[in-house]
Write a protein that binds this ligand. Structure first.
Ligand SMILES: [Zn+2]
Length: 349
């Protein structure tokens, strides 16, 4: 029996007992299920829709060149967000992509195609590939994972462009209902990033990954004599129903969106996505898909049996080909990759 079936799990979703800080009630239901139920049980989407209309009216009333920025990777959710912002809400959108050096051919094709179809302005920024590689490598060695680099780079790029074009609103696509950030233990901060990154890159290269502090922002605006008004940042799934099936139907039909060559439609935008999953499984004994599918089961968008089946299939996939490429690209040894599971970013917080 594999670890998928040979483990104690929440009877409602599929979170396993290895999930950090998990608590089961006397019926065997996990604390995440209770948290989500309390949050979403009486969600008034009509009221939230009115709130959202108000935010968009406010953004348009600023009369800037762009009403909002949408972080755009060519993946499923960011494509849908772009679609809604342009086609449903009629916003002037600047789609912003961070080139992490790992974009897939499918993601690039989707971006090219969808930017045209939605008639959006588009900006892309990417740090030097050698800088990115050094950082990915260092974070695997020190913190056991490489995704911090991209996460930091995306938000630093978005905020820099928002300042540059004086954009009043940022509309992202993270659904806390059907995605999962994983355990609270995953969270991190600027100090942690700077501590590790400054070992391998210089101060100017570091700027691509760190947002300005409030003081830096004020000083720069003062120097340029420009005082941008208050900027808002929202996540669209906090206001509208975020249904995986409806999202896929819409983007296939309206945008000609392409999934990955292997048929997968999740996290298609990163060449190292299988390695992300591999490192998580190695460290925690369960993969990202387990938290994602658990969230979908709670939201009623996937059956529990299907979630178990898909998590098992995806988490036991043979990634030896990906490992080979990953080690070669980053100049890591097999031993160093194995040791990644003993490293934690928590030592740097
Ligand atoms: Zn649960």
């Amino acid at each position: 029996m594999s670890y998928i079936t040979n483990t104690k799990r929440c009877v409602k979703c599929i979170l396993p007992e290895q999930y950090p800080d998990i608590q089961f009630d006397s019926q065997g239901v996990c604390h995440k299920c209770h948290e989500q139920e309390a949050k979403y049980i009486n969600r008034d989407y009509e009221k939230l829709g009115r709130e959202l209309d108000g935010i968009f009216r406010w953004a348009k009333a600023q009369k800037k060149r762009y009403d909002c920025i949408v972080p755009f990777s060519g993946g499923k959710d960011s494509s849908y967000t772009l679609y809604l912002c342009r086609k449903k809400y009629g916003l002037k959108v600047l789609a912003v992509n961070f080139n992490n050096g790992l974009r897939t051919p499918e993601a690039l094709m989707n971006m090219e195609n969808i930017v045209k179809k939605t008639d959006c302005a588009y900006a892309c920024y990417g740090p030097n590939w050698e800088v990115l590689k050094k950082l990915y490598r260092e974070f695997v060695l020190k913190a056991g994972h490489f995704c911090f680099v991209c996460d930091m780079g995306i938000w630093a790029t978005i905020h820099r462009l928002a300042e540059q074009y004086d954009v009043p609103l940022i509309v992202s696509e993270f659904s806390s209902q059907i995605e999962s950030r994983g355990p609270k233990i995953y969270s991190y901060n600027n100090k942690f990033f700077r501590t590790i990154a400054s070992e391998v890159v210089d101060t100017s290269e570091l700027k691509d990954f760190l947002e300005e502090t409030a003081v830096q922002k004020i000083l720069r605006r003062f120097r340029h004599g420009r005082f941008t008004r208050y900027r808002r940042q929202i996540s669209l799934p906090d206001y509208v129903v975020w249904d995986d099936k409806e999202i896929k139907d819409t983007i296939y039909k309206e945008l000609g969106w392409q999934k990955r060559a292997d048929g997968s439609s999740d996290h298609i935008d990163c060449l190292f996505a299988p390695m992300k999953n591999y490192l998580v499984v190695q460290k925690w004994g369960f993969g990202e898909k387990t938290t994602k599918y658990s969230a979908m089961v709670r939201a009623g968008q996937m059956g529990r049996e299907e979630a178990l089946r898909r998590a098992e299939a995806e988490e036991s996939q043979d990634v030896s080909g990906h490992i080979k490429v990953f080690l070669k690209e980053l100049g890591l040894s097999e031993q160093e990759l194995l040791q990644a599971k003993t490293r934690s970013h928590l030592d740097y917080l």
